[in-house]
Ligand binder design. Sequence first.
Ligand code: PSV
Ligand code: MN
Length: 410
Amino acid sequence: MARRKILSLSSARERNIIKRLQRFTVEVPSWGYANTGTRFGKFFQDAAAVDLADKLEDAGVTHGCTGICPTVAVHVLWDFPNGFDASVIRLAKRNGVKIGAINPNVFQDQRYKYGSVTNQDAAIRRQALDHIVDSIEIGRKTRSQYLSLWFADGANYPGQGDIRRRKAWATAALKEAHARMPRNMTMLLEYKPFEPATYFTDFFDWGSSYVFCKAIGRQAKVLVDTGHHLPGCNIEQIVAWLIDEKMLGGFHFNDRKYADDDLTVGSIDPYQAFRIFNEIFAYEAEVGKDLDIAYMIDQSHNIKPKVEAMVQTVCTVQTLVAKALCVDRKALAMAQKREDVVGAEEVLRAAFDTDVTPLLKAVRKALGVPADPLKAYRASGYERRVARQRRAKRKELGLTEGPLRRRKPG
Ligand code: PSV
Ligand code: MN
């Protein structure tokens, strides 16, 4: 059985782990702070963000507690419904964060019923491309490193669309977008096997994103959303291949049980997230430098309080990163060489079973954040305060979304 290890923090190896943890950051999504839910409805929360200012405030609090999420991904149409206003850059700064990945939205307009960049109508493809180019311009102003693309394009019925022509249209549009990007911007191309399309999606798996990226240009890379795979898929193998091909652009972390459930990272299968991080740190150990990839969270909670859920998620990611950094690479290599199958697996399990609390304490001390971020956040009274403020704000704006008041019994 794998033994539970307690780290002493005295060795050079442990000091290196702490340093790597200090450099590790993960981006939060603005949409994780708003009232969101399933297609069957939303359960509204008073404390949920009303607008981008609230989202940035929540992101600032998340970063303040954890010290490792200095950037916020934005979804253009959700966050800038009246157009982009450069004052958000200052607003973000005031909250101690920066604008991160820019996510265009080419899936909500009625004209995209039969596709956006894959639509047979050239005018609709142009509309989608124009929006992506506008998003690139926003990214230029906010100095964002990433343009993050997800397409709902697909078909619901066999025979509905010409698969190869759609592929060609998407490639042409994204090549054009790529040509408009600043040199320091990376285009992240996400995939998803189904939903909302049910027969096929045009960007359906890592292979399709890889093929698109290769055709689009050097600044296009694959984005792995951990919730976007068919059951049983070996995600860490995909990650290892993409690393090896220098095509891994970033992650959208979340967990899933049945489909794209948007569950909290590690709530269902923490060992899978650990195995993904293990592939990343195995490569970093081999080449002696950090991989340049975007670590991002993509979760929208219908039930959990938003900021609490985000702090919990960020801490879970950090814990799993710490565990993956504890893998004894030399012992693993030796076990693999000897074909010691049980021994090799035990090396991984020992790392996964390591109590990383002392490591996390040391890292948080160095970052100047509370030793227990979730506890500190809960004790801060932030949620109660913003619930009051945002209730009043909704009333003033005439917004009806808000939880039903509990009736007094009897
Ligand atoms: C689609 O399911 C997705 O994963 C994309 O990343 C979107 O941008 C995001 O979710 C919206 O919630
Ligand atoms: Mn995603």
